[in-house]
Design a protein around this ligand. Structure first.
Ligand code: SF4
Length: 406
């Protein structure tokens, strides 16, 4: 079994650092230019450079999405941008357009070019074609099932990357004009308005056929492929990709840590049912969205889609991040992220540990006792009787039956 890459999303520098610290081998980010999420990007060239320095110092790599489908007017500045990414030390770009891929090969030859999933690569022949064009890695279409992934990987001479976790775009490989049609915003040039997830009234001729209380939407359940990781590793897939550049730091820490533990357990041949149950529970704690396995076991069924429910569900378990720790006094400085009351049962966790405790008294910056922490981003101090690090996190212990997973 070759060493497999765990590839994390990151929407900003803080999330990039969390991803790396919690076990990602590589992180992909979108820059402010030529990316499908360019409007929402927090990565200008300066922060990409800082991200690359941080990642390299921890043995990780940075990939940058340059995945728009450019029109003629979009080409200005492309070469210069790619050269800058190469100079900064970015490992790879993720490109969807042959224009961008070929420009990178010529202008910035040290950058690897990974072909985006938007290209709908579904077999080994197409991968060999892209190899002949100089592509270094292919992100398979999300529409491939496990057997197809195995066959494709076996017959391909390029490294293969597959999605294993996160939101699924309802359209085929992200090729969608819904947003263009509804809002005049081009999803293929960075403007997706997530029109698929709006609520719709359905009409047959002039008669509305859905209830006002159950309006129609077109979301898929999120993908959660933890059960397939062993197969993917045995198939010599090169990289396991998590979706979610807009996700929170807690989500990134929890999901990346869980998959890191799972991959390591499989590699060291110590995966058993109990450990898998623990991993699934960890993944459930990241977010309250219903999950399915995407296309891994074949075409998704009706039960794998969400037709009416707004599946968004941020958990309320994450209550604080550690900012600082003084070993002598055992006092931790924490940043409040969600409401909690004093003396609740919590777990403190970092990349390599989880410890349970009852939260001690918390004090604000004036030294006043805080019984109810209800101001997000408030800084408090509390005693933690073991050594913790900056960016470790605190989450409330919630009974499984109280978790709002539907
Ligand atoms: S509108 Fe929905 S289906 Fe279309 S690109 Fe955006 S997320 Fe995907």
């Amino acid at each position: 079994m070759k060493k497999i890459e765990l590839l994390s999303p990151a929407g900003d520098l803080e999330r990039l650092k969390i991803a790396v610290l919690y076990g990602a081998d590589a992180v992909y980010i979108g820059g402010k230019k030529f990316s499908l999420r360019s409007r929402a990007s927090n990565f200008d060239l300066e922060s990409i450079e800082e991200g690359v320095k941080f990642a390299s110092a921890h043995g990780a790599r940075v990939h940058v999405t340059v995945n728009m489908i450019p029109h003629q007017e979009d080409l200005a500045g492309l070469e210069e941008y790619l050269k800058e990414l190469e100079r900064i030390g970015v490992t790879a770009i993720i490109a969807a357009s042959p224009t961008i891929a070929m420009t990178a090969k010529k202008a910035a030859p040290k950058l690897e070019v990974h072909l985006s999933t938007q290209h709908s690569s579904t077999n080994s022949k197409v991968i060999e074609f892209w190899k002949s064009k100089g592509i270094d890695r292919v992100v398979l279409a999300r529409e491939c099932n496990l057997e197809e992934i195995k066959e494709t990987t076996k017959n391909s001479s390029l490294p293969i990357e597959v999605f294993i976790h996160g939101g699924m775009c309802i359209s085929y490989s992200g090729r969608c004009v819904l947003s263009n049609h509804m809002t005049n915003r081009d999803a293929n040039r960075g403007g997706c308005a997530q029109s698929c997830r709006w609520k719709y009234r359905l009409f047959e001729n002039d008669k509305q056929i859905n209830d006002e209380k159950e309006l129609f939407s077109m979301s898929s359940k999120d993908m959660m492929a933890a059960h397939y990781i062993k197969d993917l590793m045995e198939a010599n897939v090169a990289s396991l990709k998590i979706e979610g550049r807009m996700k929170s730091t807690y989500y990134i820490a929890t999901v990346i840590r869980a998959y890191r533990m799972l991959i390591d357990a499989i590699a060291e041949d110590r995966l058993n049912d109990e450990f898998m149950a623990f991993i699934l529970d960890e993944l459930n704690r990241a977010e309250n969205r219903p999950t399915a396995v995407g296309f891994y076991k074949g075409l998704p069924k009706a039960n794998d889609q969400l037709y009416g429910v707004n599946g968004a569900g941020v958990t309320q378990e994450y209550i604080a991040t550690i900012l600082d720790y003084d070993q002598e006094s055992e006092m931790a400085t924490i940043l409040v992220r969600n409401h909690f009351t004093a003396h609740c049962e919590v777990e403190v966790f970092g990349p390599k540990y989880t410890k349970k405790m009852v939260l001690n008294d918390c004090f604000d910056e004036l030294g006043e006792l805080v019984e109810v922490a209800n101001k997000p981003m408030q800084i408090l101090k509390t005693k933690i009787p073991f050594v913790v690090q900056e960016k470790d996190m605190i989450r409330r212990i919630i009974d499984k039956s109280d978790r709002n997973v539907y």
